[in-house]
Design a protein around this ligand. Structure first.
Ligand code: CP
Length: 312
């Protein structure tokens, strides 16, 4: 029996391996349906609210596309500008309104805990589309789906997670998501100012996942999956600190030709800045555009399971 119906999606740790495997099965079916132009209107009559207070291309537009592919309508905004937040309305009151207009709310905000607050106010399910540096659970879902698609399972693989592990919510949620599986080990590669946060490392440790820090070249020699992230300029409290670490790692085709383990795949939640050079895009190592495209079937599956559960 499915446990998905009516659930909030706030933190990847709220979901078991069984939950994620159920999601991946349905996403796989939807991906096949999309490929074969099979139309599915299972969410006809539903309205999804997209409350994006922070910039987004993939998360917002893939939720919107996923909803529309399944026959649902969407309402929402792409920044606080133009909403009555500008007149001093609180987040809680804004969510109260959206909850009365829609059947499900997706929220993105720079404030940590905003999705939890929204879930406390709303009667309908709330999905966290990213809250500050904290969580990006649906990104981790599509990342782990992509790994499953590429390798058959997230189990038994060596992962290198590269970049801004301190402020990058996608990297943190990916690391937390790995605790639902059995990786061989995790290699952490970051400038020392941007090391993974203690609560993330503690969760890895409590889950018995072996991890260690290393440099990029060694990680490329050992890893099956290299998860690269952008340095999150917008989250640095001091711009001078960003200047010290910007551009501190860069994956190029030449580096991969010299160092990459056989079969290595590169993931990146995107957007990228300069951490993966464009000459990697048309190589066998590139999996980040496949990963981004998987946002559609995974979010279609997520919306279906949260709104319909066993009725599917
Ligand atoms: N990966 C991701 O969250 O991208 P957007 O910021 O474009 O939504």
């Amino acid at each position: 029996m499915s446990t998905w119906k009516g659930r909030d999606v706030l933190n990847i740790l709220d979901f078991s391996r069984g939950d994620l495997e159920e999601l991946f099965e349905l996403a796989k079916k939807y991906k096949e349906d999309l490929k074969n132009h099979r139309v599915n209107r299972i969410l006809e009559g539903y309205v999804i609210a997209l409350a994006f207070f922070e910039p987004s291309t993939r998360t917002r537009m893939s939720f919107e596309t996923a909803a529309k592919r399944l026959g649902a309508a969407t309402v929402g905004f792409t920044s606080g500008e133009g909403t009555s937040i500008e007149k001093g309305e609180t987040l809680a009151d804004t969510i109260q309104m959206l909850d009365s207009y829609a059947d499900l709310i997706v929220i993105r905000s720079k404030f940590e805990g905003s999705a939890i607050l929204a879930s406390e106010v709303a009667v309908h399910p709330v999905i966290n589309g990213g809250d500050g540096k904290q969580h990006h659970p649906t990104q981790a879902m599509l990342d782990l789906f992509t790994v499953t698609e590429l390798f058959g399972s997230p189990d038994g693989l060596t992962y290198a997670v590269v970049g801004d592990l301190r402020y990058g919510r996608a990297a943190s949620s990916f690391l937390l998501g790995l605790t639902r599986f059995n990786p061989e080990k995790v290699i952490l590669v970051s400038p020392k100012q941007l090391r993974a946060r203690p609560e993330v490392l503690m969760t890895l440790m409590d889950s018995g996942i072996r991890y260690h820090e290393s440099d990029l070249e060694t990680a490329l020699e050992e890893a099956d999956v290299v998860y690269v992230t952008r340095i999150q300029k917008e989250r640095f409290p001091d711009p001078a600190e960003y200047e010290k670490v910007k551009g501190s790692y860069r994956i190029t085709r030449g580096l991969l030709e010299a160092k990459a383990k056989n079969g290595l795949k590169i993931l990146h939640p995107l957007p990228r800045v300069d951490e993966i050079s464009h000459d990697v895009d048309n190589t066998e190592w590139q999996a980040y555009f496949i990963q981004a495209a998987n946002g559609i079937p995974v979010r279609m599956a997520l919306l279906s399971l949260v709104l319909k559960g066993d009725e599917l």
